[in-house]
Design a binder for this molecule. Structure first.
Ligand code: ADP
Ligand code: ASP
Ligand code: MG
Length: 451
């Protein structure tokens, strides 16, 4: 069995879905479990709808809801012009999902309050729409495809917008549901991103979470391979949207991929690697617009050479500087500080300490108000915003002679606010002003990869 996950651009429209179906058709002998994202930009649209509902701006919410429905109905008709029955079935599904969403949004508008739970319900609809249409289109194309609701098998805690998976529950539920859906079928399909608590309360896995869904399912069914189909030829030496002349990497280790993803490479959700590693399942990152390409294999470290693999970055981070003379010679100070981060679910990327100071970086998507408030009760706290974080990643980079010189030579004229080298030997990261980020990443890439 293999898992094949198709991201938003790989299911964006008629052409993309036609390509996607033909890719799946080529692998039916490997029993694919297909995991799909929402159509490109649809999750963003659903976020906008929920924002408008919270603002009680019903007219604008309705305008956006209409766009959502029309795009999906149009797509269903385009995909199945010769199969009236399946086309009607897909349109009926779309209309039912959209009717329910319209009523839900109207209720949110009426109360003018949007809880995390309500938001999770709204933003999960993109994946329900895409998976229903694609399931019908696959059947119309002669691939007998069984449909599965991810909420019955991807079980999380009650953190509605970033559910933490319950690995045991998932491992227990997925195989039975997949084999049931496979009965008399050639393939099965489900939603990425979507999950639920053990009681059936709707949750989602966080932005970009479909990769994570694929890997969780892969782990649960003991897949021989997890394929992440996207819009680039594999994992590259840097984000091709930021740097010219990037190279595609043939293979990287699980650890390298995890570091890249954690430190900003959007090509994989940061938690994708973890379930695959548990069962040593290789992950392939492939381009749905160039399906004959080899892509990138993500494998156990023993198959991977030492050396620098990529430059990743996070454009918008906060540096939280914590000063306290109490830190000197007291044990327990660091515990107290990091407990506050943990209690408030703020995850820290880089840490550096000196005698009376701790500096940490956190992604700006996280709300740090509570953390800063609590830390300020016993320390002086300064937050530096408009900073970016750059990470040079590769197996055993610590052994490479002159790497620090090579990394920092191109940025010798910039201010560097913080440097951190992980004990894992996989990552050297530093913080610069956001205004110089592009230049810094491009220069380092040139220096490390373009000679
Ligand atoms: P999908 O919708 O298929 O999940 P994403 O947009 O989430 O696709 O991820 C693919 C994007 O990741 C690419 O278009 C690319 O801009 C970005 N990206 C960032 N870093 C890298 C990298 N090192 N290698 C490849 N792509 C990267
Ligand atoms: N549709 C979701 C998002 O845009 C999940 C995903 O695409 O992975 O965040
Ligand atoms: Mg993605």
């Amino acid at each position: 069995m293999i898992v094949m996950k198709f991201g938003g651009t790989s299911v964006a429209n008629y052409e993309a879905i036609t390509r996607m179906i033909s890719i799946v058709r080529g692998k039916l002998d490997e029993k694919p479990v297909v995991v799909v994202s929402a159509l490109s930009k649809v999750t963003d649209l659903l976020y906008k709808i929920s924002d408008q509902a919270a603002l009680r701006n019903k007219a604008e919410a309705d305008r956006l809801l209409k766009q959502l429905r029309e795009r999906h109905i149009g797509l269903a008709k385009e995909l199945m012009p010769d199969n009236a029955e399946l086309c009607a079935q897909a349109c009926d599904k779309v209309n039912r999902i959209c009717d329910k969403l319209d009523s839900f949004v109207a209720a949110v508008c009426a109360v003018g309050e949007l809880s995390a739970r309500s938001k999770a319900i709204i933003i999960a609809n993109g994946e329900y729409l895409s998976s229903n249409i694609i399931c019908c289109a696959m059947n119309a194309g002669g691939i007998r495809t069984g449909y599965m609701d991810a909420r019955t098998m991807i079980i999380t805690d009650a953190d509605y917008l970033k559910g933490e998976p319950d690995m045991n529950a998932i491992a227990e539920k997925v195989p039975g549901i997949v084999s049931e859906a496979y009965r008399d079928n050639d393939a099965v399909i489900t939603q990425g991103f979507v999950s639920a608590t053990a009681d059936g309360e709707p949750t989602v896995l966080g932005r970009g979470g479909s990769d994570y869904s694929a890997s969780l399912i892969g782990m649960a069914v003991d897949a021989t391979r997890i394929e992440i189909w996207t819009d680039v030829d594999g994992v590259r030496t840097a984000d091709p949207r930021r740097v010219q002349n990037t190279r595609c990497l043939d293979k990287i280790s699980f650890e390298e991929a995890a570091e890249m993803a954690h430190f900003g490479a959007k090509v994989l959700h940061p938690l994708t690697i973890e379930p695959a590693v548990k069962k040593n399942i290789p992950i392939y990152v492939l381009n749905s617009m160039n399906s004959s390409g080899e892509g990138t294999a993500i494998l156990q470290s023993t198959f991977i050479e030492d050396g620098v693999k990529s430059v990743s970055c996070k454009e918008n981070i906060h540096v939280i500087n914590i000063f306290s003379t109490k830190m000197i010679n007291t044990s327990g100070f660091l515990t107290k500080v990091f407990e506050i981060f943990s209690e408030n679910k703020v995850s820290v990327d880089l840490i550096s300490t000196s005698e009376a100071n701790i500096s940490v970086t956190v992604d700006s998507s996280q709300n740090i108000d509570a953390v800063v408030g609590k830390l300020s009760a016993f320390a002086d706290v300064y937050v530096d915003s408009d900073k970016s974080q750059v990470s040079v990643i590769g197996k055993n980079i610590i052994n490479l002679k002159g790497l620090l010189e090579q990394t920092f030579a191109p940025v010798r004229d910039c201010k560097i606010y913080m440097i951190s080298q992980g004990a894992s030997y996989v990552n050297i990261s530093f913080v610069v002003d956001r205004t110089v980020l592009n230049d810094v990443v491009q220069q380092i890439h040139k220096y490390l990869f373009e000679k």
